[in-house]
Design a binder for this molecule. Sequence first.
Ligand code: HEC
Ligand code: HEC
Length: 732
Amino acid sequence: MLRLALSLSLGLAAASCDGRPAAPAPGGGPGSATPAPGGGGPDPLDPLRRFEASRRAATDFSRLPSSDRLLGPDPIALRPVDPRGRPAAPGAPALLSPLRGRDALVLLDASLRELSRAPAPASPTGVAVMPSGEVFASGEASPALFRYVVRGASLEPAGRIELAGLHGVRDVAAGPEGVLYALDERAGALLTLRPGPARADGRLEVERWDEPIGAGPFRVVRLARHLIVDCLLDHTLVVLPVGADGRPLPGGAARIRHDGPIWSFDALETTDAGGGLLLAAGGVEDRPLDRTGGSFGYIDSFVFLYRVTTGARPEVARLSAVNVSELGVLTPKAIALSALPGAAGVRVVATGYGGDRRAELLFRATDAGLSAAPEVSTRPLAPGVAAMATLGGDAFAYANPLLDAWLLDAGDDGAVSKRPVQDGGEDARSEELRLGEALFFTSLMAPWNGTDGPLSRFTCETCHFEGYVDGRTHHTGRGDVRATTKPLLGLFNNRPHFSRALDPDLTAVADNEFRVAGALSGHDPWFALSAAEAPWLVDLGLADAARAGLPPEALRRALMSFLMAFSHRANPAALGRSSFTSLERDGARVFRDRCARCHAPVLRSDDPGSAAPFERWEELVLAPEGAIVWGRAGYERTGVVPYVHEDGARVPSLRRLYKKRPYFTNGSAKSLREVLERARFGDMGGRAAADGGPSAAAAPGAFFHDGAPAGEGLAALDAGAIEALLAFLDLL
Ligand code: HEC
Ligand code: HEC
């Protein structure tokens, strides 16, 4: 009970994702946020610290594998084989599903039995079916779209489209005119492609048009007259009218903008005079994070209903916003919108990655339009759903990367059956690792949270999408200090954690996150879990553990084990490469001379002795692990204000910068070019200050990332150095 009281009082003062009080607790240095029960007794976190130390000692951080294939086969999307969506006959090909963790595309029948499997572009996430029935798949880590034909029950590779200048394609869609749409997540671009005939080497000729679309585009859907792109990091859905040739028309786009990310959408074109559409979207509550209550306020998951008109006078009207966290649907990544028979209204079915239910919302048509308050019903569905597809009538299929399975939802009777992905034994994960993944991606860390007012039911992924970021700069609750979300991959060799560096290790992270996640639920964060709280743990293969009960220490250890394994995904820009271009090599040299004293080339952030000599950078940067941290444990004051700590901010890691946006703790730099254009150095032989002698600001060693005083003789990076650095940073 003492622990509960202390935890709650700390929880109420907590003030950022780092979960730490605004003012240090008396005598509370880093690592002492969880006091020993009863005082004086052994610290319950000691076994976890020993576990962490022994795992660190046994890990070679230059070889810690990237997590791309580590978390199972990960079925991530579902697309009907029939481009017109007609139901398939029993046993016939019905659905296509990419396995992100196995670089494969699978063909399924309507009972979700695997019929056929073929190689797919690396880290496949997108699949599209042309009106001709040809299939194209895209991968986040490959510049090629693979083409297939479905012959009988077999999926046969049939050529490819190479997209020069890209490193990956996050999603792909097809239009009835025989065009494809591809998303370049890295560059924030939409590509429209018109494939032509295949050449002798299997490559397809292609006409191609690129246009900027927004930050982090990751889902694209084509309707009869519109194309919709979801830009995760811009928190925007872009609805584009398309012309007769299938290309987006210039101008006339409508934009739905939120304060935070939108994870899913579905839309129906309306036949009324306006020619607009109805759109349902799943995303985080559309208002800024509120930390004044001591926890995370206003980050429930919502389903939104919009009416959208594109063209000369684009218009967006929100018809409804439904708190689905309240219904047990968290981080809704799968949503389906359909018209009720007889124009009686529309139905939205939504389910999430983090909750344990699916919700059905019926918006009835009234004389005044659709009712804003839907009729709601829910039923249990295991968490981890990333995509859904209708199988006709009330039946649905779900792709579930958490359970590494497809789920078949037969409809009205509520029976859901699980079809595990066949994996040939590659997935050798421990139960602990599976549990850790579930803690991170579901509400298991705080199962008792409420949703009233600012209270929220959320998961880590509400802000850390797929473990990376949400593109937001959040209030910390400490004065006007705001903090941009950071990636949670690659933490194991990057301590201490948070820009304030107050969590010395993963033991502290795990314990503090349990506390802050459930801070206002009135429950002791030092709790045990059983199958009663989460019956679906059985589906995760944790039946025995769940029956026996999972004690608090085991829960923290599982989260830590997951974070240790959750290493950065391979950087597609470095994949398959073995040497730098001359521009990248120039960039590496500028980096060594100008940046590496802070962004250290170490394999462990807190160990200067683990620095890699310049001669090894090329080899280590171009390896799939891309293991160098490019950061260090100490603080620096670099002009990025307000400072999060009196000594500035911890020097951050620069690994996989392409997955993070915006830059700097205060989020003031939208791009890496902006970061580099603002940098100023005092030791580049700059002009002396007006009064003759060198000014203090321009002293040798002085450095400003931002806000450098003008007229002090500070030097900027020249254009050549900026281009070279951009090329180098892209590889990290
Ligand atoms: C409301 C949004 C939000 C939620 C929800 C959230 N975080 Fe964060 N997280 C952030 C922000 C913002 C930062 C950057 C804070 C900083 O470094 O000052 C961050 C940073 C972190 C860091 C530090 C990373 C580093 O490189 O130092 C860790 C660890 C972390 N979060 C863990 C978690 C875990 C575990 C969960 C789930 C229990 C979680 N977060 C949920 C917003 C969030
Ligand atoms: C004197 C130490 C120092 C030097 C030199 C330095 N940096 Fe930094 N850098 C920092 C610190 C500290 C931050 C974090 C500031 C903040 O966001 O609060 C940072 C942030 C960054 C970020 C933003 C990272 C993110 O996750 O938002 C980038 C990118 C970056 N630095 C690149 C560089 C490059 C490139 C150079 C060399 C041209 C360089 N830095 C030189 C200390 C330094």
